[in-house]
Design a protein around this ligand. Structure first.
Ligand code: FAD
Length: 289
């Protein structure tokens, strides 16, 4: 049973920003992407924000642009849009990995990238790849615009720096440097339509035989998705070796703070962080040599 709410469907971004402009909390007014989280939650809880502002008809908010060394996704870009664009394999292979194991076809057709970020779930599958790629998000309100590194966006379990009067309008990351590679792996109880038990994404760049760029992001093993920065420093600036990869994987495991739940114990998740970080680092490094 749904609680009552107003559905607002603006045609212009300025209109949308005015509509959410008065929101002091997410209960006053919430942006609506594909609704695959929000509407499901509304039905389960019987509660709803007073108003939903749909981004579906806002011009320019859906699509993938690659220009001047930057990849930009409009906030309403769907998971299926990512899979349909062959350029994504070149500029964000980890996003393709994440999209391939994301829900089922029907959900992929409507679920947006912005909705995946803004739902704030620690198990959101596109967030580890975006962190590994070094993404930033653009937040816009009637008062102006700001760009926040995704790494600084989440503040805890389902909390972020986004104010209720702000729309996330785009997500961008630098086109990965030559001789770099990114991957994502989702450990779930099934191959399809499963909530992630552990999600790991890595990006490695190699230059003159050393790891010039290393990013390791972990999902579902903490209150929010985060980068394992101590693990990254083990390899960054160094020539990779099996010993260093093992050390980085162990550090990543130590940085993980998973809970026990119906899907897995925290101890199992921690162990899998080590296994998966080691595996993905080896795969990316081997693909570059
Ligand atoms: C059957 C099923 C399977 C699923 N499988 C997966 C899976 O495998 N992996 C995974 O990660 N998720 C999965 N999900 C969860 C969900 O599909 C994703 O998180 C999806 O990306 C949410 O996007 P959306 O556009 O539907 O967001 P919505 O439900 O519309 O919104 C989610 C939240 O983001 C906010 N929001 C949306 N757009 C904006 C914006 N532009 N600016 C600011 N705030 C915004 C909303 O207010 C809301 O709080 C699944 C859901 C279902 C129902």
């Amino acid at each position: 049973m749904y609680a009552n709410f107003d559905l607002l469907v603006p045609d212009e971004l300025d209109q949308a920003l005015t509509m959410i402009g008065g929101a002091k909390t997410a209960e006053d007014c919430a942006p609506l992407g594909g609704g695959t989280n929000l509407v499901v939650d509304m039905r389960a809880s019987g509660k709803a924000p007073a108003a939903l502002v749909s981004v579906a008809r806002l011009p320019g908010l859906r699509g993938i642009t690659i220009a001047e060394g930057t990849v930009t996704l409009g906030a309403a870009t769907t998971v299926s849009d990512l899979l349909r664009d062959p350029r994504m394999l070149e500029v964000g292979a980890a996003m393709v990995d994440g999209s391939r194991v994301f829900a089922g076809q029907m959900v992929r057709n409507t679920a947006t990238v912005a909705g995946n970020i803004c739902c704030g779930s620690p198990a959101a599958d596109l967030v580890p790849p975006l962190l590994a790629l070094g993404a930033s998000v653009t937040l816009r309100s009637a008062g102006g615009e700001r760009t926040v590194p995704l790494d600084e966006y989440f503040t805890g379990y389902k909390t972020s720096v986004r104010r209720p009067d702000e729309l996330l309008t785009s997500i961008s990351w630098p086109v990965p440097a030559e001789n770099s590679a990114s991957r994502f792996y989702k450990l779930g109880r099934r191959k399809g339509d499963a909530i992630t038990m552990v999600g790991v994404s890595v990006l490695v760049g190699m230059k003159d035989g050393v790891c010039s760029e290393v990013r390791i992001a972990l999902g579902a093993v903490g209150p929010c998705v985060f980068r394992a920065k101590t693990a990254e420093t083990v390899l960054k600036g160094k020539a990779p070796s099996p010993e260093l990869v093992e050390q980085a994987a162990r550090k990543a495991m130590e940085e993980a703070a998973p809970i026990d739940d119906v899907r897995a114990t925290g101890a199992y998740r921690k162990q899998q962080v080590q296994v998966l970080v080691r595996r993905l680092l080896n795969q990316t490094i081997e693909s570059l040599s």
